[in-house]
Design a protein around this ligand. Structure first.
Ligand SMILES: *Cc1c(COP(=O)(O)O)cnc(C)c1O
Length: 376
């Protein structure tokens, strides 16, 4: 690309059709599982077999790498498959530091799958840098960061954690799902690995499951590529097509969603029936200053509220809402709300009066009116 295009331009340019001779403006879906050789045995565009590579996947992988300002992108069949690929790249006996407020399925994946492969881990408060340093063992090879975290919106200083990782010869991986590359580029803050659940903001319409990883280091990229190819948790061409299509409007959607989220956060913070609003854009957020330094142009479209009352009250409020579907997941154009503790189960440390909100692109006046009537 000639100049230095901005995010919105990159998102369109990087997802354009590249592989068809008839030049359709919109990329076709390449369902073929296999590709014909040329007479000399070579393959056009390096496509051989779709577990290895595919035009729709290649578009997604190149696009997410560009948007995350990294060298190599990899698409997976889900966010969890992308996380698994990172864990699979470690050695048995390796030790990992996980944040205390982490996407619950990642902790479960460690506890219920990778523990049996002899990967060990400790859970630390990533806001406490001294504790992070103290928790490092000889065998620690990875620090996993999630910022903002799910569901308590904790912010981790990615540069500080990456520096600790570098000093100790470890990798720092960042789950950037909630921030999106519109607001945060962890590789630019010296992280080694960025991971996304593309099910969320990349897809953006609650109709596709996917994940991706972006890295800068060539050796690490080779490892991840090999795991992707051999483990085979690859996304289908149609899923990639949906994600590439989602990426084209990512900036537009999340900008609007984030504007709405901030306004809703201000409104809810002032409401007498709300105990607390967890949103990094609020001055009341304990890591607001780090958030201000780390985010570009907005604080994302996820927030959680602690309501005054218990679980029953929380359920009542969420069902009173008309424009917020009570469903899991996030990042789609429609607003969603969820009582996290009941999803995470008994061992969850999420407060029972917490409701997690994924703010959509509806008109903010309607969203606020909806909360007004639901909180009566
Ligand atoms: C959804 C999510 C994941 C898991 O992604 P899937 O696409 O559901 O497999 C991981 N991390 C975060 C922060 C998420 O929100």
């Amino acid at each position: 690309m000639k100049s230095n295009p901005k995010f919105e331009t990159l998102a369109i340019k990087s997802t354009e059709n590249k592989f068809s001779n008839s030049k359709p403006a919109s990329t076709p879906i390449y369902l073929s599982s296999t590709y014909e050789r040329n007479s000399d045995g070579s393959y056009t565009n390096d496509f051989v077999y779709s577990r290895d590579n595919n035009p729709n996947r290649k578009i997604v992988e190149q696009s997410v790498a560009l948007l995350e300002k990294g060298n190599f992108g990899f698409a997976f069949s889900s966010g969890m498959a992308a996380v698994s690929a990172v864990f699979q790249s470690l050695k048995t006996g390796d030790h990992i530091l996980l944040p205390d407020d982490i996407y619950y399925a990642i902790k479960k994946l460690m506890e219920e799958v990778f523990k049996h492969w002899n990967l060990t881990y400790d859970i630390v408060d990533m806001a406490n840098l001294e504790m992070v340093k103290k928790s490092i063992k000889k065998s620690t090879s990875l620090i996993w960061v999630e910022s903002p975290s799910n569901p308590q919106l904790k912010i981790t200083d990615i540069s500080a954690i990456s520096a600790i990782a570098k000093e100790n010869n470890m990798l720092c991986a960042v789950d950037n799902t909630w921030a999106t590359p519109v607001f945060q580029n962890p590789l630019g803050l010296n992280a080694d690995i960025v991971m996304h659940s593309s099910t969320k903001y990349f897809g953006g319409h609650s109709d596709v499951i996917g994940g991706c990883i972006v890295v800068n280091d060539e050796n690490l990229a080779k490892k991840i590529k090999n795991i992707q190819l051999l483990s085979g948790a690859v996304p289908s061409p149609f899923d990639c097509w949906l994600i590439a299509r989602g990426i084209q409007t990512l900036h537009l959607r999340v900008t609007k969603q984030t504007e709405n989220a901030l306004k809703l956060a201000y409104f809810l913070e002032m409401h007498p029936k709300i105990e607390k609003v967890l949103y990094p854009g609020l001055i009341s957020h304990p890591q607001h200053l780090i958030a201000k330094k780390q985010f570009k142009n907005g604080f994302g479209a996820m927030l959680s509220v602690l309501i005054k009352g218990d679980e029953t009250e929380a359920f009542k409020i969420s069902t009173n809402l008309n424009y917020f579907k009570t469903a899991t997941s996030l990042g789609g154009v429609e607003s969603l709300i969820e009582h996290r503790k009941s999803v995470e189960g008994k061992n969850s440390s999420t407060p029972s009066n917490l409701l997690r909100i994924s703010v959509g692109i509806e008109h903010i006046d309607d969203l606020i009116e909806d909360w007004k009537q639901a909180l009566i």
